[in-house]
Write a protein that binds this ligand. Structure first.
Ligand code: PMP
Length: 362
């Protein structure tokens, strides 16, 4: 049935018999006497509603949450799985597709650090196609395609908007890459896409089964502490990935919190705050561009701004001395700092620490 995945998914994973439990086979067992999973029958202290299910294993893949997220992300219910943040999704797909000491992934530095960490951990080689500062970090899609073919890479990671540069890769280019590399998985990291006013690569899923999109509730949804990330992919890829994923990745209290967050009122708040953060990003871009001592402010479609200064190390320490932590990205891009967009008050404080005359801002 899943023949199209031969040569794409690791052969031992295709053959793998998934871990099985009453819950994975029968679904929701509430209302039944549950003597299947060696759980404790007693509800733990403090016996409040919050812990009323704490003695039971959670749903391996909570169906109602999957349906809610699928609707929000624009995919079908069998095209999604959830895990502990996108970080676990990144690790998961490398373990599903890449054979240790044989297969390779492709990344486009400067980019998110976990692709490299997860690949190194799995004994998977990392091929790099650098984004160049001179081109404004534009994604060189022809070079990505040529390199991926020459090196026979198994996964191409594309981060859009890219962390830390803030620029996006167009849907046209993503499609060209997916079309040209049918034997590779094109993994699109959309951690920051809610800030970008651009269409999700999930819309390409129906035409390109080798394309997967990774989502998180950590950024625009403000749920970093609850750890919920999603993989959007062809149903067959979801099926094999579920075999590799830990049996009960999402704690039940986190699932409950996510339902509150994704209620109509919760979503309204997410949307209005996203608009505030986007407006603040535009304001900060403008103020930073006028500050003396800042050489270049890179355009951003995310909730952070990367900019170039003469003495990044010193500015970083000066800002820190004022109680504000920003990021020194000099290791990725020479002489750069990265600031996350905060509340308007926090933004004013960091701008002042960088030398902006706040009186002139109003
Ligand atoms: N992708 C990118 C580009 C990120 O910047 C981050 C978080 N810093 C992640 C993924 C990880 O997100 P999560 O909190 O869902 O693990």
């Amino acid at each position: 049935k899943m023949e199209w995945l031969n040569g794409i998914v690791r052969p031992e994973i295709l053959k793998l018999a998934a871990y099985s439990s009453a819950r994975s086979e029968m679904g929701d067992l509430s209302g039944m006497i549950q003597m299947d999973a060696n759980e404790n029958p007693y509800i733990p202290y403090p016996q409040s509603i919050e812990v009323s299910k704490a003695n039971r294993y959670p749903d391996p893949q909570p169906i109602a949450l999957l349906a809610r997220l699928a609707a929000i992300y624009g995919v079908k219910n069998d095209q999604i799985l959830v895990a502990r943040g996108m970080d676990e999704i990144i690790d998961l797909i490398i373990r599903v597709f890449c054979i240790a000491y044989k297969d390779k992934i492709l990344i486009t530095p400067p980019t998110y650090g976990m692709y490299q960490v997860a690949a190194d951990t799995a004994g998977v080689e990392v091929v790099k196609v650098a984004l160049s500062e001179e081109d404004g970090f534009e994604f060189p899609h022809a070079k990505i395609i040529a390199t991926a073919k020459a090196e026979k890479v198994k996964i191409v990671f594309l981060c859009t908007p890219n962390n830390p540069t803030g620029n996006i890769i167009s849907l046209d280019k993503i499609e060209a890459i997916a079309k040209s590399l049918p034997q590779a998985i094109i993994a699109v990291d959309e951690a920051y896409i809610e800030f970008a006013d651009t269409e999700s690569a999930a819309s390409l899923l129906k035409d390109y089964p080798n394309l997967v999109t990774m989502k998180t509730l950590s950024k625009a949804y403000g749920f970093a502490g609850v750890r919920i990330g999603s993989l959007l992919a062809h149903p067959d890829i979801i099926t094999v990935s579920r075999k590799v994923l830990a049996p009960y990745p999402l704690p039940e209290p986190c699932v409950r919190l996510a339902h509150q967050l994704l209620s109509p009122l919760g979503l309204q708040l997410v949307h209005s705050r996203t608009e505030i953060l986007k407006a603040e990003r535009e304001r900060m871009l403008e103020v930073l561009r006028q500050l003396p001592g800042i050489e270049e402010v890179y355009p951003s479609k995310a909730n952070f701004i990367l900019f170039k200064v003469e003495n990044g190390g010193k500015i970083y320490k000066d800002v820190l001395a004022k109680g504000i932590v920003i990021r020194n990205r000099a290791k990725d891009v020479a002489n750069t700092l990265r600031i996350s967009i905060g509340t308007p008050e926090e933004n004013n404080l960091v701008l002042a620490a960088l030398g902006a005359k706040l009186d002139n801002l109003a």
